[in-house]
Design a binder for this molecule. Structure first.
Ligand code: BJW
Length: 230
C-alpha cells in the first residue's frame, strides 16, 4: 500500500485569511522574529509575545478551512494506504477540515505551557492564556520557537523513512528541520512533490512541482489520486 506523507506550511492557510511569515506583508515584516518567536524574546518581553499570539489566536478562531485543507482530509479518508500530515502550522485548520492523522511539529495556538515547570494545558478562552492555578505561573504559548526542538521528531522521521510519496505544501523551505524532510524522504526512494505558490528555496530537491494557489493545486493533485467523490 502506498504511503503518502504530507508536510504543510503557512501557505496552505493563506487563502483562509491567515498571514504567512515570509511573504510580502507577512508576519515577519511586521514583527521581529527574535522578539516574538524565541525563548529570549519571551524572557525579555512576555507581554509583547502574548499580544502577538492573542491576535493570531483570534484570527485563527475566525478562520475556516479552504479547499486545500478539505482535499487533504478527503485524501486521508479515502486513500487505501496510509496518509500522514505533518504540519508546521499552529492554526488547527487541518482538524477543522476533518483530518485526524496530524502531527503538529510546531505546537498549536490552543496549547499552553508553563515556561518554568513544563506543565501543559489547553486554555479555555480564545485570546489570553490563563494559567489554571499557582504554581503554574509563567504561561506561554505551547508553540516551538527558534532554538527549540520541534515536537514528534521520532515519529516524523519514521514516517519519512516509510514514505512512498512525500508532498510539501505551502512552505518556503527556509526553516529546519522541516526543510530537510524532502532529503530524508528522497534518500528512502520516495517520490517528492512540491505544491506551492511559487518555487521555494528548496524546489530543486523535488522531482515534481505544481505551482499555484493551494486551494487550486492541492484539490487538483488529490483528484488525480482519487476517483471523483460519489
Ligand atoms: C502559498 C500561498 C498560497 C503563500 N498557496 N502557497 C542555520 C542553518 C540551518 C538551520 C539553522 C541555522 N541556524 C539556526 C537553525 C535552526 C533553525 C532554523 O531553521 N533557522 C533558519 C531561519 C535558518 N530552526 C530551529 O531553531 C528549529 N529547531 C531546531 O532546529 O532544533 C534543533 C533540532 C531539530 C531537529 C532535530 C535535531 C535538532 C525550530 C524552528 C521553529 C520555527 N518556529 C516558527 C514559529 C512557530 C509558532 C508560530 O506559528 O508562531 O514556525 S517560525 C515560522 O516559520 C513558523 C513556521 O512554521 C515556520 C516555517 O514557515 P512556513 O510555513 O514555511 O511559512 P513561510 O511564510 O516561510 O512560507 C510560506 C510559503 O507559502 C511561501 O513559499 C509562499 O510562496 C507560499 N504561499 N501563499 C500556496 N495561497
Amino acid at each position: 500500500m502506498t504511503k503518502i506523507v504530507i508536510l504543510t506550511g503557512a501557505g496552505i492557510s493563506a487563502e483562509s485569511g491567515l498571514g504567512t511569515f515570509r511573504d510580502k506583508g507577512g508576519l515577519w515584516s511586521l514583527h521581529k522574529i527574535e522578539d516574538v518567536a524565541s525563548p529570549d524574546g519571551f524572557s525579555r518581553d512576555p507581554d509583547l509575545v502574548h499580544r502577538f499570539y492573542s491576535a493570531r489566536r483570534q484570527q485563527a478562531a475566525q478562520a475556516v478551512p479552504n479547499a486545500a485543507h478539505a482535499a487533504l482530509a478527503r485524501l486521508e479518508r479515502d486513500w487505501p494506504g496510509d496518509v500522514v500530515i505533518m504540519t508546521q502550522n499552529v492554526d488547527g485548520l487541518h482538524e477543522a477540515a476533518g483530518a485526524h492523522r496530524v502531527l503538529h511539529m510546531h505546537g498549536t495556538l490552543s496549547g499552553a505551557l508553563c515556561a518554568n515547570c513544563e506543565h501543559r494545558w489547553t486554555h479555555r478562552r480564545k485570546c489570553r492564556l490563563t494559567p489554571p492555578a499557582p504554581p503554574v505561573a509563567r504561561a506561554r504559548p505551547d508553540v516551538v520557537w527558534f532554538g527549540e526542538l520541534p515536537y514528534h521528531m521520532d515519529e516524523i522521521l519514521t514516517h519519512l523513512e516509510e514514505a512512498d510519496i512525500f508532498v510539501s505544501i505551502g512552505t518556503s523551505g527556509q526553516v529546519y528541520p522541516a526543510a530537510s524532510f524532502v532529503q530524508e524522504a528522497r534518500m528512502q526512494g520516495a517520490e517528492t512533490i512540491e505544491l506551492n505558490l511559487e518555487p521555494s528555496e528548496i524546489s530543486a530537491a523535488f522531482t515534481q512541482h505544481h505551482y499555484g494557489p493551494a486551494s487550486e493545486v492541492v484539490p487538483q493533485w488529490v483528484a488525480r489520486l482519487l476517483p471523483d467523490p460519489a
